[in-house]
Design a protein around this ligand. Structure first.
Ligand SMILES: Cc1cc2nc3c(=O)[nH]c(=O)nc-3n(C[C@H](O)[C@H](O)[C@H](O)COP(=O)(O)O)c2cc1C
Length: 218
């Protein structure tokens, strides 16, 4: 769907998901992530960049598992994560818009839980590539987890935490030949509606990930 069409539909509150491809499993147990390897940090930083050309090829589950662990997985025995959060509130929920449905990443069990049995990808942003790229991540702040954070600071602290997760995804993508772009040009109300979010849950950002498309391929 073109950006113009999306803008028009968004203004009318009509930006809606498509039917899911295949049967949306209620939960998906991810393979254990590979927690080592990849490029050296300085090489990964040298390669980090935003891309807006994606192949529609789906990401295999092992790669998806590694990507999500790098993004926001549990990396210590006390349950702390690969990205920081103020007061360790861990307020960011990572949702995945996949062709087969929308899922929430559960880092503690390394699983995906179905939240909507439809293809939400085109709802995750106004840019046309989000419709066909195999994965659009959505970062959502759960204000219910930020009771210790002053109310006036909650959105900015959560945005910083989401930014740290996004950079983890950028570095993972750089190491694994994937394309990615963080996106703030999104219809937050349409995404919240499609994901069935509560008033305590605030859509912050989206991030597309996939294999590079023709123009983005090396
Ligand atoms: C908070 C934030 C919001 C962004 N929103 C968008 C967006 O909506 N669409 C997009 O194509 N790129 C978006 N970007 C990506 C920037 O355009 C990109 O990072 C910038 O052009 C620099 O390019 P680089 O990431 O390759 O260094 C966003 C980046 C940030 C940090």
């Amino acid at each position: 769907m073109s950006t113009i069409t999306k803008l028009a539909m968004g203004m009318m509150g009509q930006l809606r998901p498509k039917p899911a491809r295949g049967d949306a499993a209620t939960s998906i147990v991810l393979p254990p992530p590979t927690k080592h390897g990849g490029a050296q940090l300085m090489d990964a930083l040298s390669m980090r960049h935003s891309s807006r050309e994606f192949s529609s090829a789906e990401l295999p589950l092992p790669l998806l598992s590694d990507l999500l662990w790098a993004a926001y997985g549990v990396n210590r025995s006390d349950g702390k994560r690969t990205a920081p959060s103020a007061l360790n509130a861990q307020e960011i929920n990572v949702f995945l818009a996949l062709p087969s449905g929308a899922y929430r990443y559960d880092a503690s069990t390394n699983a995906l839980h179905l939240v909507a049995a439809s293809d939400l990808r085109r709802v995750t942003g106004y840019q046309d590539f989000v419709d066909e790229a195999p994965l659009d991540l959505v970062y959502v702040a759960d204000h219910g987890r930020m009771g210790m954070v002053p109310v006036t600071q909650r959105e900015s602290y959560a945005s910083v935490a989401a930014g740290a997760i996004a950079q983890n995804v950028y570095l993972f993508a750089a190491c694994h030949g994937l394309a990615t772009v963080l996106r703030a040009w999104i219809d937050r109300a349409a995404i919240a509606d499609a994901l069935g979010l509560t008033h305590d849950q605030q859509v912050l950002l989206s991030q597309t990930v996939g294999y590079p498309g023709k123009a983005g391929a090396a």
